[in-house]
Write a protein that binds this ligand. Structure first.
Ligand code: FMN
Length: 166
């Protein structure tokens, strides 16, 4: 799969098989996140890699739309001190990793962890850190149902405004 195809074919998938993700595959995905640039080059984010079922189940209490996350092969949480959390940095690392995962055949989905205290206690983060977002990863389940949120993207002509709003 070439890079452009890996980007364009990426869809968010929440149904996974029981198969583990091998360390070599996961390392390539994590490297893709590592190489994303960060604001002021500060690299404040740390990636919390969760395979442990008890921790996954505890994280399922930290979000409002998270029904599938306990069946992930891996959850990767984006953590930083609350005073320096930058969601643009999270987005860059997340998309790098999701595209790299897609190229490996690994399915992913972003998940929002609205309840900072629960995300913190699930993973043992310090009180002044937060983890507002995570990714779930797993090998895609064949014949899985479509997401209820599935729809076409906004057409390019509607998405793009040239020069000035009109
Ligand atoms: C910032 C962000 C937060 C998201 N949080 C959740 C979430 O909490 N639960 C969920 O089921 N999907 C979540 N998603 C996934 C979106 O629903 C998904 O990107 C969208 O439906 C497009 O899916 P598709 O690529 O399969 O078309 C999130 C996506 C983004 C970008």
């Amino acid at each position: 799969m070439d890079t452009y195809e890996a980007i364009l074919s990426k869809r968010d998938i929440r149904h996974y098989t029981d198969q583990e993700i091998e360390d070599e595959v996961l390392d390539r995905i994590l490297q893709a996140g590592r190489m994303a640039g960060s604001a002021k080059n500060e690299e404040v984010l740390r990636l919390i890699v969760v395979r442990d079922q008890t921790v996954q189940d505890a994280l399922a209490e930290a979000g409002d739309f998270v029904s599938w996350i306990g069946s992930s092969a891996v959850i990767i949480g984006f953590a930083a001190p609350s005073s320096s959390m930058r969601l643009f940095d999270v987005g860059r690392q997340a998309q790098n990793m999701m595209v790299a995962a897609n190229a490996e055949g690994v399915a992913t989905c972003p998940v929002t962890l609205q309840h900072a205290d629960k995300a913190r206690s699930a993973t043992g983060l310090p009180d002044d850190w937060e983890m507002p977002m995570a990714l779930t990863l797993g090998w895609p389940l064949p014949g899985r149902p479509d997401s209820p949120l599935k729809r076409k993207r906004v057409p390019l002509a509607e998405l793009v405004v040239h020069d000035r709003w009109s």
